[in-house]
Write a protein that binds this ligand. Structure first.
Ligand SMILES: [Zn+2]
Ligand SMILES: [Zn+2]
Length: 134
């Protein structure tokens, strides 16, 4: 069974990719690293297996940063527009895709709020149908 691939891109459209559902994980994360990495109150990322991900263009424009003290945390941006783009986990187990970079609507939404205990004081959720962890 193969679902329709979803297209995604960075702000300047130089970096383009496709992912194929189903997702391994799609969740909001409120940890301090995700907040710094996104510049906002939470990171909302999708994880897919490497074989569910395909680069279309711009892979050579990507700058990756691996946070030294972290086991796996990293960021990746398009060097033309400085916006977040997908990146493989350090162990290359799966691809982490910033959900806001998708151009097509995903078949499902986030399924959890992670690291809720680390949230900013002004964080509030009206997505109360989602389970809250931590
Ligand atoms: Zn770009
Ligand atoms: Zn996080």
């Amino acid at each position: 069974m193969s679902e329709q691939p979803l297209k995604g891109s960075c702000l300047c459209k130089a970096v383009q990719y496709e992912i194929r559902p189903p997702f391994i994980r799609f969740s909001h994360c409120y940890c301090s690293r995700c907040r710094k990495a996104t510049g906002t109150g939470r990171g909302t990322n999708i994880a897919v297996a490497l074989d569910q991900f395909k680069w279309i263009s711009g892979e050579d424009l990507i700058h990756r940063y691996d946070l030294p003290e972290a086991r796996s945390f990293s960021t990746a941006v398009c060097t033309r527009c400085n916006c977040p783009v997908p990146k493989p986990t350090r162990a290359r187990e799966h691809m982490i895709v910033p959900s806001g970079s998708l151009d097509d609507p995903p078949p499902t939404g986030p399924s959890a709020h992670r690291q809720w205990g680390s949230r900013v004081s002004w964080a509030s959720i009206d997505e109360s149908h989602l389970p809250v962890s931590e």
